[in-house]
Design a protein around this ligand. Structure first.
Ligand SMILES: [Zn+2]
Length: 606
């Protein structure tokens, strides 16, 4: 897009050398930041500071410096740097979302410089642009900035002397997170000069991860929690631990991609349990990537060189599931013309992944329990017992406790499976992962379909980031594959290429009212139509009157109406998240779903 000056394109993998004296004339001017300052609000009545819809915290720079120093001394430079980098990354992602909202009608560049301007507003330091060359549609990004008096350097130099490594860790994380979220692809900033190294100013350069090549591997490690834990460092070179997927990733599409705290906590649990023999139960909505995590778990285990066998129990007809899992002996039933191994036998020595375990028949559940407890199975129509050494990973998107309560699932099997449950968060609750997944799937389908698409249009990035992804990662994968097929070659994927099957958007925007409280601007997605809103108001008024003993207008309000209002309000409060709405009302998710469906509320949000 816009370029300041005439800096020639840099050779791949090389850090820029800027001639002395060229800086001043190449500085870009930023727009007035009054629009950003207007979003900052101090609410002294409830002790909150808001930056738009985000709660902020005013922290003493000295306290941050002390924390930083303690981390360095206690955990070592690498781990401390990792913590600070990731903290900055998440702040950057959040501010990029703000940029998109506040500067929606400005040029890409004015929208992008919200990042450096927020740096100034949040007290990090002054950031000046040397060169910004970013085009979301063409998928190009080059950014070069000068930082003067950054808070992190000041604190670093206060506690440590000038050294050989850059120290603006949090800020580099911020720039990388902001740009990745902004571009819808993974961008990495590196600090090539730093005051903590004795330079006059700090200078940072940002490019797409794949353009950095292998020299960026070291910097990428700081974005991965656990990267510097004992024994993990050597795993980093292995593809399954890579945070970022590159088009030539030998591991293909089968490794989890993410950076959000909830993604990281799942990866942490997977790494913990992988070396053991424990049965693992993955929980979470459809499409969150349970199988991908299971494959990773298998790869990290001692069974990695043995088979990984996946079975979707729901995809196999009930009458076939037992022969599929446990095998069949010739003549066991009409049509069983020859003996056949089941999945258990095929997974011998390795891992068996049983998806949608809640759909197993009672008889299959009994046999599975025996296999888990005794390590033995019997083929159908066979009297011989066979020993199998199989680690089982199960997964479900239903609440197995409810299934047990309803008598549809064996309690003993549930306890046997529930040794190490791992819950995977839906994509809408970890939106930081969206840009990484977009990059990942774009590369994957470019490769698969022989296309050369450059990226996504600004409009498409906005749409991807504001969509709620009810079908989670699987839905995103399908949507991007569709986009890769529909978009013109050498161009960018636009939103009409992506959202072609009536996906519904529920954009949530908030503003601060006169009391400094946060209020949704665009009520709730569920109460889209005004007549429903009026109906809710009417019932609410009557309920209030009833509670306040006001004789007027309190008859004719039924318990059923009240419940409907409560359900709607809860879903609204939970921003369409049914599980969260259920928690608000102290009921289970299935109970909530049942109630919402019976009132026709659920269909409105699905
Ligand atoms: Zn620095």
């Amino acid at each position: 897009m816009k370029t300041a000056g005439r800096t020639p394109p840099l050779p791949r993998g090389h850090l820029p050398v800027v001639q002395p004296g060229t800086l001043e004339k190449e500085k870009l001017t930023f727009p007035d930041l009054a629009d950003l300052m207007g979003r900052l609000h101090f609410s002294t009545t409830d002790g909150r500071i808001w930056l738009d819809d985000q709660r902020m915290l005013l922290v003493h720079a000295k306290a941050l410096g002390m924390l930083r120093r303690e981390m360095i001394e206690l955990l070592g430079v690498d781990m401390a740097r990792g913590f600070m980098t990731r903290m900055g990354y998440h702040a950057g992602v959040t501010d990029a979302q703000l940029a998109r909202k506040v500067r929606a009608r400005t040029s890409i560049q004015d929208m992008f410089v919200v990042g450096p301007q927020m740096h100034c507003l949040e007290g990090i330091g002054i950031s000046e642009a040397v060169r910004i060359d970013c085009d979301v549609e063409k998928g190009t990004h080059y950014g070069e900035f000068i930082w003067t008096s950054p808070v992190e350097d000041e604190e670093h130099i206060r506690h440590f002397s000038i050294g050989t490594e850059p120290a603006c860790w949090m800020q580099i994380g911020y720039a990388s997170g902001f740009s990745s979220e902004f571009m819808g692809r993974q961008v990495l900033y590196r600090e090539v000069e730093c005051q903590s190294m004795g330079h006059q100013v700090c200078r940072i350069v940002g490019k797409l991860v794949e353009e950095w090549g292998s020299e960026a591997d070291d910097d990428l490690r700081f974005m991965m929690p656990g990267a510097f834990d004992d024994g993990l460092a050597q795993n980093l070179a292995r593809p399954h631990c890579k945070l970022i997927s590159t088009p030539d990733s030998p591991d293909g599409p089968n490794h989890p991609v993410g950076i959000s705290p909830s993604f990281n906590s799942v990866m942490h649990m997977v790494r913990r349990v992988a070396p053991t023999q424990a049965t693992v139960l993955f929980l979470g909505e459809s499409g969150v990537g349970k199988e991908v995590f299971s494959r990773t778990l298998h790869r990290l285990s001692s069974r990695a060189d043995k088979p990984f066998v996946a079975v979707n129990c729901a995809a196999i007809p009930e009458q076939l599931i037992e022969s599929e899992l446990f095998g069949v002996e010739r003549g066991a039933f009409t049509g069983a013309l020859q003996s056949r191994q089941g999945r258990f036998e095929r997974a011998h020595g390795g891992t068996l992944f049983l998806d949608e375990i809640g759909t197993l028949t009672a008889s299959a559940q009994g046999k599975l329990l025996r296999a888990l407890q005794e390590g033995e199975i019997e083929r159908l129509g066979d009297s011989q017992t066979r020993k199998v050494d199989v680690r089982v990973i199960a997964a479900t998107n239903v609440d197995l406790r409810d299934e047990v309560a309803a008598g549809r699932f064996r309690e003993d099997l549930f306890f046997r499976l529930n040794v190490f449950p791992v819950r995977i968060t839906p994509l809408r609750e970890r939106r930081e992962d969206i840009p990484l997944l977009m990059t990942h799937f774009l590369s994957k389908f470019n490769l698969r379909h022989g296309r050369r698409l450059t990226g996504f249009t600004q409009r498409a990035v906005d749409a991807m980031l504001s969509y709620d992804w009810p079908g989670n990662i699987r839905e995103m994968e399908n949507v991007i594959e569709r986009g890769v097929i529909l978009a013109p070659d050498d161009g960018a994927i636009d939103s009409p290429h992506l959202f072609t099957s009536g996906e519904r958007f529920t954009e949530q925007r908030f503003s601060i009212n006169q009391d400094g409280k946060l209020v949704p601007v665009n009520a709730a997605s569920l109460v889209a139509d005004a007549s429903k809103e009026r109906e809710i108001e009417r019932v609410t008024r009557r309920v209030n009157n009833l509670l306040l003993n006001d004789s007027e207008d309190c008859d004719n309000v039924s318990l059923d109406e009240i419940e409907t209002v409560l359900l709607r309000r809860a879903v609204e409060r939970a921003q369409g998240n049914v599980a969260a709405a259920a928690r608000l009302l102290g009921i289970t998710r299935p109970q909530m779903v049942y109630r919402l469906k019976s009132r026709g509320i659920l269909n409105e949000c699905d």
